[in-house]
Design a protein. Structure first.
Length: 104
């Protein structure tokens, strides 16, 4: 058990070092392969969004009724199987076990 946890911790450390190194090295690259110049990063001192654009964006991303929360989810697998068989429909089984990142 301890060996498994230490192996997982070592793999996570190696992965974070590799990904972090890839992100850092990307900023050090002198030239792009096609010979074009690198675009500068956008500054944090941008103008605020105008009110009319803000309202359009907010309406665009606001959740609409009739989505995920309105589905009549069932928690009893056997009852869901009987209902699906009676209606001739497939099942969507959503299973979660342990920590969402796999650290069990």
């Amino acid at each position: 058990m301890a060996a498994t946890k230490s192996k997982i911790a070592a793999e996570a450390l190696v992965l974070s070092v590799v990904l972090g190194g890839a992100l850092v090295c990307r900023g050090w690259a002198p030239d792009l392969p096609d010979g074009s110049e690198r675009k500068s990063a956008p500054s944090n001192k941008s103008a605020p969004i105008p009110v009319d654009q803000f309202n359009k964006l907010r309406a665009l991303i606001k959740p609409r009724p009739g989505g995920y929360d309105d589905i009549p989810w069932m928690t009893d697998l056997w009852e869901a199987r009987k209902k699906a068989a009676a209606e001739g429909k497939p099942l969507l089984v959503w299973v979660g076990d342990g920590h969402p990142l796999g650290w069990t």
